[in-house]
Design a binder for this molecule. Sequence first.
Ligand code: ISE
Length: 334
Amino acid sequence: MLRIGVIGCGAIGREHVRRLVDLVPGAEVVAVSDYFRESAEKVAEKHGIKNVFSTGEELIASSDVDAVLIASSDSTHAGYVMECIKNGKPVLCEKPLAESAKECEEIVKAEVAAGKRLVQVGFMRRYDTGYAEMKRIIDSGELGAPLMIHACHRNVHQGDGFTSDMGITNVAIHELDICRWLLDDEYKNAQVLKVKQSVLSNRGYDNPQIVLLETDNGCRIDVEVQVSEGYGYDIQCQVVCEKGTINLPDPYAVVTRSNASCHVPILTDWSQRFIAAYDVELTAWVEAVSAGNATGPSAWDGYAACVAADTLMRSRGTNNFFEVKMMEKPEMYK
Ligand code: ISE
């Protein structure tokens, strides 16, 4: 059994604990921690978890813990990941790996110095059957070369304290990862545009924003990012290739027909949209770590997405594309 400690018992942390306890073979949750200790205590009581720690650092250092899952707030990710590397513990860190490329760079350097891949980033969309099938078709070459991606990320609600930059680092970060994964390409230029604003969400941040990217191979990507007052959690992605297009399928939903109309529900809770992908992601991580292997999105992938995010934030308000500048890729990630 892989003995796992989970840092962060908010919405996604609780979901991951449930997943590890009820579903993932070979996993045992032995410790939890949360900034609000009470939240961790509740989760521990519900699942019979023996250790509750007041800090993530104590959990990471505990000899009861073999591997760590980080599901705390975004600003704490980088510090905990560095601590895991220092302690030689494999870690699955929810996205984003950090809130800045600089912190990701430090993580990459620390992992390279440790000489072993320990970090996986929670870009769970890579485990979604829809995206995986899109990638299979692109890679097969049957539709020719990919030329463009049109994507959108529409959300229902954001909590207090949300900012325009979080629309990039916390929300569009998924697209920043999945597009470079689908295309097997890196970003060359990036810019974010403030477009006509929704009067429904006059809450001090840009809504919507449009992210524009150009890749090294010349592909163009546009991502519409709407973060609140939306009709549902709606994720769309269309890859335009030379000989055809590929669309991300909508999640399975029952269609009802009545009163001369046809009704398909759209999910509103983001944690449900990729629920099956999270299951596969955690199962694959536990299996790989138990076998002493590394798998899935790496610290390099977390870094690449954050470099693009930083570039987008720098471009804000300028109406210009900015160059996406990455460090040289260390051997370990090639
Ligand atoms: C959340 O963390 C996500 O991952 C969702 O994709 C995003 O839409 C949501 O706004 C985030 O809080």
